[in-house]
Write a protein that binds this ligand. Structure first.
Ligand SMILES: Nc1ncnc2c1ncn2[C@@H]1O[C@H](COP(=O)(O)OP(=O)(O)OP(=O)(O)O)[C@@H](O)[C@H]1O
Ligand SMILES: [Mg+2]
Length: 300
């Protein structure tokens, strides 16, 4: 099972990802990974973490994704692929175009999505917990399989048109008389590659949107901005046809009931179909395995 921890900056995503990772590790093998460029998973566990998962407790491994490494590796793979397929393009300063790729919109998100996908597929883990970046970037990553699907359909259609046109020309021109050409019947390199990416993309989307395989947990605090952002995030997830299951109200105090009665009743009313759990405010935060281990949720 994959658990994604989502929420506004500073609400307690990392703390709650750590608590749930430790709980799950009591009965299964768990990996908890920080996908937030501003990592603080290591700070919460009070253990230095790096890109490679390390064991931090019995049945619990942890890591912080190295953004720079992941993006560079992603660009390297694309460069190798393009160079191999389009050798003749070197005349058009292919190197220069690839350097620009680094700054293209979506590159970081796609590279990160692929790294998350790699981590959730490491077969030694029963459960993988992903501590996501704050809502905006996190939703862009979660939306990628949906956006990619639309683009890939359009690109496949465009490529099919090119192949059809090429076949028509082959039929009239004596220059292309070789009818056994491997380009026939869409057995075209670019078409095949696009189809492969489309299939991979569909597998990612199916896994992330299946509540039996993936669970989205939204962390929030009792304040107006956090409530508004949670509402928006739920709406955006709905548009992507990905559903959240649990909402964690973090840093809860008994005074909240008295100070923020409207937000409390709004939460209960609008989030009634989700499982709502609360975690009390603890002075000084929840840091280190011992404190993480003693954290307990309750219903409100
Ligand atoms: N239940 C709690 N009681 C008291 N302090 C808490 C609690 N949960 C989190 N904190 C503190 O709140 C701060 C933010 O928590 P945390 O880092 O888990 O949030 P985050 O959503 O991951 O933040 P960021 O978006 O910056 O990554 C930290 O100082 C943490 O120790
Ligand atoms: Mg964090």
């Amino acid at each position: 099972m994959i658990y994604f921890f989502l929420g506004k900056g500073g609400v307690g995503k990392t703390t709650n990802a750590a608590i749930n990772a430790l709980k799950l590790s009591k009965k299964s093998k768990v990996l908890v990974a920080s996908a937030d460029p501003a990592h603080n998973l290591g700070d919460v566990f009070d253990i230095k973490l790096g890109h490679k998962p390390i064991s931090i407790a019995e049945n619990l491994d942890a890591c912080e994704i190295d953004y720079k490494k992941v993006v560079n590796e992603y660009l390297k793979q694309i460069t190798i692929k393009i160079k191999r397929k389009y050798k003749y393009l070197s005349a058009f300063n292919l190197e220069g175009s690839l350097n620009v790729l680094k700054f293209s919109p979506g590159v970081e998100e796609d590279a990160l999505l692929r790294e998350i996908w790699r981590l959730v597929n490491i077969d030694i883990y029963d459960n993988v917990i992903i501590d996501l970046p704050p809502t905006g970037l996190a939703l862009r990553i979660m939306a990628l399989p949906v956006i990619n699907r639309v683009w890939l359909d359009k690109l496949l259609k465009a490529r099919k048109k090119i192949i059809d046109m090429r076949e028509s020309i082959e039929n009239v021109s004596p220059v292309f008389e070789d009818k056994s050409s491997k380009r026939k019947n869409y057995a075209d390199d670019a078409y095949g590659e696009l189809k492969k990416i489309k299939e991979e993309n569909a597998i990612i989307y199916d896994r992330f949107s299946n509540p039996k395989l993936s669970s989205i947990i939204i962390v929030m605090n009792i304040d107006k901005l956090s409530y508004a952002e949670t509402t928006r995030a739920l709406e955006q997830l709905k548009e992507l046809e990905i559903s959240a299951q649990t909402i964690i109200i973090n840093r809860y105090t008994d005074a909240d009931k008295i100070s923020y009665p409207t937000i409390m009743s709004d939460i209960k009313r609008s989030f009634s179909k989700y499982s709502i759990k609360a975690l009390r405010y603890k002075n000084g935060g929840i840091i280190g395995i011992k404190q993480i281990d003693s954290a307990k949720y309750f219903s409100i």
